[in-house]
Ligand binder design. Structure first.
Ligand SMILES: [Zn+2]
Ligand SMILES: [Zn+2]
Length: 309
């Protein structure tokens, strides 16, 4: 079969390889790209196995054993570590990562598979993986009705769609006019920056400056949910004043669990999240390196890799 393999930073090759071995084999129909893939391609990533390695973690396809359409979640928690036992599998200390969606077939444990709701196309189903992380982040944030979001990439816009569906007042900040227009289409207010302070602020950029911007935009007693992972080795400084005198709460949010993924699939299927907003061009495996290298500006869309092309 054909697969995209990472040989090192910036070195991605599409090759003929042996079919994967594992509990269930899924024929890939759509694997969407995200910022993490671009990071993995450019710099490597702590969850990647040794080079050369397969990658791609937003994957939908058909089980070769039963013919059922499934989303392949990118991880299975261990169930044994302290966070897993405390009911927080999102931060499992020893998850099994299921990577390799940029290939004709992927092998996955049964526990990583989720049935795709009737009528939901494969590219939309693949987006349930990042959307599940947004579902978890909304849970981390709590109920505040007045919300700001820093960052209008796919994650910021997915957060916006979920929060607007809950009837919350939302303002999204992003320097790109195209992304502000996408946010407005979803029903948000949008600006270049958050002009007022909000009870709940989500950071969805993944850079130290954005973490600081988000913290500065929270009202006294507010909550900041930090969703974007900063590059390893980053340092972020915060003014201790608001954290002390205003009881500002900074909360991390990472990943998702099985229930978050099922809720994401349901939100895509029932129209809560208009996934068409995020769907970019469909490309073949050989077109993937160029897609990952293309500049990350303009509207926030995800490429859809169809390995059958
Ligand atoms: Zn992703
Ligand atoms: Zn665990």
């Amino acid at each position: 079969m054909r697969a995209a393999l990472l040989y090192g930073p910036g070195d991605l090759r599409v090759e003929e390889v042996a079919e994967p071995q594992g509990e269930v084999i899924v024929e890939v129909q759509a694997a969407t790209t995200c910022g993490t893939d671009a990071k993995m391609w450019r710099h490597g990533h702590r969850i990647l196995p040794p080079y050369p390695c397969a990658f791609g973690h937003e994957t939908a396809g058909v089980r070769t054993d039963t013919g059922e359409r499934v989303l392949v979640s990118d991880s299975v928690p261990c169930g044994r570590c302290a966070p897993c036992r405390r009911g927080r599998p999102q931060i499992c200390r020893d998850p099994t990562w299921v990577l390799g969606g940029f290939a004709e077939y992927i092998a996955a444990p049964e526990q990583a598979l989720h049935p795709i709701p009737e009528g939901l196309p494969a590219p939309a189903a693949a987006m349930a993986e990042p959307l599940a992380a947004a579902v978890h982040a909304v849970d981390r944030g709590g109920e505040a009705p007045d919300v700001g979001i820093v960052g209008g990439g796919p994650m910021g816009l997915m957060l916006a769609a979920l929060l607007i569906a809950e009837g919350r007042a939302l303002t999204l900040a992003d320097p790109h006019p195209e992304r502000r227009a996408q946010a407005e289409q979803l029903g948000a207010r949008a600006g270049e920056r958050l002009a007022t302070r909000h009870d709940l602020v989500f950071e969805a950029v993944g850079r130290p400056e954005a973490w600081q911007t988000a913290a500065a935009a929270a009202s006294p007693g507010g909550v900041v949910v930090l969703v974007g992972g900063c590059p390893s080795g980053s340092e972020v400084t915060f003014d201790p004043g608001p954290i002390h005198y205003e009881e500002l709460e900074l909360r991390g949010s990472f990943h998702h669990d099985r229930d978050d993924v099922n809720r994401a699939l349901a939100a895509l299927a029932d129209g809560t999240v208009p996934w068409q907003t995020f769907q970019g061009p469909t490309i073949s495996l050989p077109e993937l390196p160029q897609a990952l290298a293309s500049p990350n500006d303009g509207p926030a869309v995800k490429w859809v890799v169809d390995p059958r092309r």
